[in-house]
Design a protein around this ligand. Structure first.
Ligand code: AMP
Length: 121
């Protein structure tokens, strides 16, 4: 299947991976809306929130919550926006949860690699 997130999940395409287990991978968005913008993705291909089984959706959210907590500590973040697009709002048709850190002070968006190093330190 010609799906970019399937290719990232199976290692065909590189990513700034911050978490992986048997069924989930999480990596930094290459075009971040804020520093630490992360995508949490089930490895199995489900198109969207209406296609994914409830159990898999719950697990995606559970891992998303854990990753968000970790980002809050590592990047001194005070708030998080959890976001999931659907339909014409969804660019990549492989379900993913966006984790968008919110900062107290307005920040310039830094290079993804720099943020990645900060998270992985
Ligand atoms: P959505 O509109 O919810 O489908 O968002 C898709 C997101 O995937 C966008 O924020 C893109 O910047 C991001 N994206 C697309 N390709 C890649 C990639 N190869 N690695 C990391 N993020 C990506």
């Amino acid at each position: 299947m010609d799906c970019i997130f399937c290719k990232i999940s199976n290692g065909e395409i590189p990513c700034y991976k911050i978490y992986e287990d048997e069924s989930i991978i999480a990596f930094l968005d290459v075009n971040p809306k804020c520093n630490g913008h992360t995508l949490v993705v089930p490895k199995e291909h489900f198109q969207d929130v209406y296609e994914i089984p409830e159990v898999a959706l719950l697990y995606l959210e559970t891992i998303g919550k854990k990753i968000a907590k970790d980002l809050m500590e590592k990047l001194s973040v005070t708030g998080i926006t959890f976001m999931m697009n659907y339909g014409t709002s969804q660019e990549v048709k492989h379900i993913h949860l966006h984790i968008l850190p919110n900062f107290d002070k307005k920040q310039t968006i830094e290079d993804v690699e720099k943020i990645y190093k900060k998270i992985m330190e």
